[in-house]
Ligand binder design. Structure first.
Ligand SMILES: Cc1cc2nc3c(=O)[nH]c(=O)nc-3n(C[C@H](O)[C@H](O)[C@H](O)COP(=O)(O)OP(=O)(O)OC[C@H]3O[C@@H](n4cnc5c(N)ncnc54)[C@H](O)[C@@H]3O)c2cc1C
Length: 301
């Protein structure tokens, strides 16, 4: 029986696991990989590493500790978490059954992709999925934002404050009806391409253009310095569906201490309800969830 199982090896999970180990808990981190989305790094011809706040140094320190502590990690996908009395069973893809007193879920989100030609080839080479992280690098540049919801709107709004030009490509204009949508639509440097469908990304070493099908079926090519796919972030929360409350986007609802609605289950990072997807926020939330889980476990030890 473990004291604490941490699910996910990204910034939130790595931090939570190390904090738990430092508190002398019997911890196991179960994850598909070590590092999570910190392995994603956007390459742009005009950008140096120091211009981006990546938080990778903090994560690398915890990552190398867990690489060393092999008894505290198990590399496998988690399928389901079940309650058994006061404790929990973590079921893994290979049929494993791991018992624990408390769980921290730090399984992050999945990016919705377009699955069109060129997407895989140019992924993170001029073709990006996080304007929240990279928009400030596009001063006086031409950009394209692809998406139909709040994520695309937020990204286009931020880019419009600094980029020379923003093309907002979407299927419908419904998401432009709110105040931010109206502001974006009215901005002089924004062109909305409603009813357009992405066909292909083109480029050389980096993505340089996107081919769109217009509502009449004609093809057009838009060239840009950076193209952002901002469709949706899908939380990896299926393993606790029905066990804890989720918000309307599928994120695990947590209080300010990282506690879910089920005592003994905690969540941190992008999979939890909260604000903004950033490495340093996930690290902080991982630390907080671990301390919160420790306090919960003090009653049981
Ligand atoms: C393209 C891109 C670039 C970014 N650039 C930056 C940046 O420059 N600076 C910045 O601060 N932020 C950046 N971000 C955001 C940042 O990467 C995330 O906010 C951060 O990684 C979230 O950490 P996390 O631990 O919550 O989740 P993740 O990093 O997503 O880690 C989730 C972990 O859970 C594991 N996992 C998922 N499901 C399961 C399962 N069922 N069973 C077992 N394990 C599972 C995964 O394998 C992974 O190890 C970027 C995001 C993207 C997409």
């Amino acid at each position: 029986m473990y004291d604490l199982i941490v699910i996910g090896g990204g910034p939130a999970g790595l931090t939570a696991a190390i904090y738990g180990i430092r508190k002398r808990l019997n911890v196991l981190m179960v994850s598909r990989d070590l590092g999570g989305k910190t392995q994603w790094k956007l390459a742009l011809p005009w950008i140096e590493d120091y211009q981006v706040i990546r938080g990778i140094e903090v994560v690398d320190k915890f990552k190398s500790e867990l690489e060393y502590l092999d008894f505290a990690r198990h590399m496998e996908k988690v399928e389901k978490i079940e309650k058994e009395g006061d404790n929990f069973i973590v079921r893994t893809a290979g049929g494993g059954e791991l018992k624990t007193r408390a769980v921290i879920i730090a399984s992050g989100t999945k990016q919705k992709t377009l699955k069109v030609p060129g997407e895989r080839e140019f992924m993170m080479k001029g073709l990006c999925y996080s304007a929240l992280s990279y928009a400030p690098l596009f001063i006086d540049k031409t950009t394209v934002v692809i998406g139909d919801g709040d994520l695309a709107l937020r990204s286009a709004a931020e880019l419009a404050t600094i980029a020379k030009k923003v093309y907002l490509v979407s299927h419908s204009d419904k998401f432009l009806a709110n105040p931010l949508g109206k502001k974006v639509s009215a901005a002089k440097n924004v062109t909305t391409l409603i009813g357009h469908d992405v066909q292909e990304f083109r480029g050389d070493e980096f993505a340089r253009a996107v081919v769109l099908k217009d509502p009449g079926g004609g093809l057009m090519e838009v060239t840009a310095d950076g193209i952002f796919i901002e469709m949706a972030l899908l939380p990896n929360s299926q393993m606790v569906e029905g066990l804890v409350d989720l918000d309307t986007d599928g994120r695990i609802l947590v209080d300010t201490s990282g506690r879910s609605t089920m005592p003994g289950i905690f969540a941190a990072g992008d999979v939890a309800s909260g604000y903004a997807e950033q490495v340093l926020i996930a690290v902080g939330e991982g630390a907080k969830a671990a301390l919160s889980a420790y306090e919960y476990l003090l009653l049981k030890m």
